[in-house]
Each structure stands twice: as structure tokens, then as C-alpha cells.
Write a protein that binds this ligand. Structure first.
Ligand code: F6R
Length: 259
């Protein structure tokens, strides 16, 4: 089962995950990171930013999880722009080493296959950062997504569009389609780190960690992975039946084990 770590606040989660990324990059300076966008991973990126200078990230390679289809890459809310603004520039990554799926009309038919090939060529993702949608999606694999799915175009649910409307002037501006790594793609990363904060994520987290495996709750795919770490605050952990066990386990974890 996934290791569940319940932390005091998002900043503590950011520190914990950044420390794990630091350990990885010190061991492997050209490590491959799977990069999530949205609000959840920001504390991780902030904690990494505090390490810049002491930690050299210029050889790190990155693959974003997803991108909107039909949004100009120059739009401030395209995931290309978000990754550039929140990750590449502040952390001093080499932009040539960081890929985002191409949601443009000219290449969309083969963009999924191209992305899969690029991930394979990089040798796969070492550590995949994940958030979770209130409807249980990871990446933009909406309910019903196959556990074997690969990078492809998906239609966003109205729930996801409305959750993401906060980034746009109005909900009408939120794209209806996206291109996302599939659940099968995500499951091939060597280490999954799923973060969630706030009460609005509690149901999705409980279902993903403790519920039955179901394509209707795509986040439950993490149960198929041998190395998943779930980092949540108290509010997002509030519906976990085994919360006390997770606290006990983490408190008694051997020092050598790492995340
Ligand atoms: C983002 C992504 C999504 C988000 C999820 C949660 O690249 O793939 O799965 O992680 O929608 O979004 P936030 O973090 O904004 O609540």
C-alpha cells in the first residue's frame, strides 16, 4: 500500500518532498522529474527554490503531466507557461530539458505518441509529482479512464472546468480538452508522490488510498504502484480510516528508509 504521511501544513509537505528530490538529484544530477501543475505542487517548488545555489538543478530533466488543448502556449495559464514561470525559471532548469505535451492543432494527432517516445528516450520518470482533482483525477485522467491508458486527448469534466475556472477570467475561457499522460504512463514512473491539501480533497484521497480500485476513481491507480508516497495535511487526511496507523508508521520509520 502507499505510504501516507500526514503533515501539519502544505509548507511542511513541500519541505519533505523537496528533501526527497534533493536526495535524488544529488545521486543523479540528470534525474527525470514528472511535474504537476495547479496549486498543490507549489509548496514543493517553493521549497526547492530555497535550495537553489546549494543544489544544482541545471541538468534535471522534466516532463509535465498534462496541457490544455486549444490554448495558445503563450497564454499565461497554458501549462507550458505555468511550468516556465513556476518551475523552469525559479529553479534554474534548462528549458530544453523540460517538455510539456503539445496541445496545438498541427501536431495533436501524434502528440501523445511523441510524448510517450520522449519519456521512454529519457529512460522514464524517476519521481512523479501528482495532485488529485476533487473528482479523483490524476493528471487529467477523468473518471472512466483506463488504468492502461497512455498519453492522449481527454475531455475535461464540468467539475474540473469549474475547479480550474479560478485561473481564468470566466468558466467559458476554460478549455474543454486536454492532453494528459495516461494512468499507464504515470504508473511507469519509479516513485509516485501524491500531494493533497484541504478538506475539499478529503473524499478523493480516502477513495484513492483506501477505496476499491476503480476506473471511476482514477487516483486509486496508485494502489497498483509498488512505491507511492501520499503527503496530505490534516484536512485532506480527515476521511482516512487508517489515519492513526499512518501516523504511527511514519513516527516509527527507520532512519535509513527515506520516503
Ligand atoms: C495538474 C494535474 C491535475 C491537478 C489536479 C489538482 O497538472 O494534472 O491532476 O493536480 O487537478 O489541482 P490543484 O492542485 O490545483 O487542486
Amino acid at each position: 500500500m502507499a505510504e501516507v504521511v500526514i503533515v501539519e501544513n502544505p509548507a511542511a509537505a513541500g519541505e519533505l518532498v523537496a528533501a526527497e528530490i534533493e536526495r535524488l538529484v544529488r545521486e543523479r544530477p540528470d534525474a527525470v522529474l514528472g511535474l504537476a501543475t495547479g496549486s498543490t505542487p507549489l509548496p514543493v517548488y517553493e521549497a526547492l527554490r530555497r535550495r537553489v545555489g546549494a543544489l544544482e538543478l541545471g541538468r534535471v530533466r522534466g516532463f509535465a503531466l498534462d496541457e490544455y488543448v486549444g490554448l495558445d502556449p503563450a497564454h499565461p495559464e497554458s501549462y507550458r507557461s505555468v511550468i516556465t514561470r513556476e518551475v523552469v525559471e525559479p529553479l534554474g532548469l534548462d528549458p530544453r530539458l523540460v517538455r510539456v505535451p503539445d496541445g496545438g492543432a498541427a501536431t495533436i494527432r501524434h502528440a501523445g505518441d511523441d510524448y510517450e517516445a520522449a519519456i521512454a528516450e529519457a529512460g522514464g520518470v524517476d519521481l512523479q509529482i501528482l495532485g488529485i482533482g476533487t473528482d479523483g483525477h490524476i493528471g487529467f485522467n477523468e473518471p472512466g479512464s483506463s488504468f492502461a491508458s497512455r498519453t492522449r486527448v481527454k475531455t475535461l469534466t464540468e467539475q474540473t472546468r469549474s475547479d480550474n475556472a479560478r485561473f481564468f477570467a470566466s468558466i467559458d475561457d476554460v478549455p474543454r480538452h486536454c492532453i494528459t499522460q495516461g494512468l499507464g504512463t504515470i504508473l511507469e514512473a519509479r516513485h509516485l508522490v501524491l500531494l493533497a491539501f484541504g478538506e475539499q480533497k478529503a473524499q478523493a484521497i480516502a477513495a484513492a488510498v483506501e477505496g476499491p480500485l476503480s476506473a471511476m476513481l482514477p487516483g486509486s491507480a496508485i494502489q497498483l504502484h509498488p512505491h507511492t508516497t501520499v503527503v496530505v495535511d490534516e484536512a485532506a487526511a480527515s476521511l482516512l480510516a487508517q489515519a492513526d496507523y499512518y501516523r504511527y508508521t511514519f513516527a516509527h520509520k527507520p532512519d535509513w528508509q527515506g520516503l
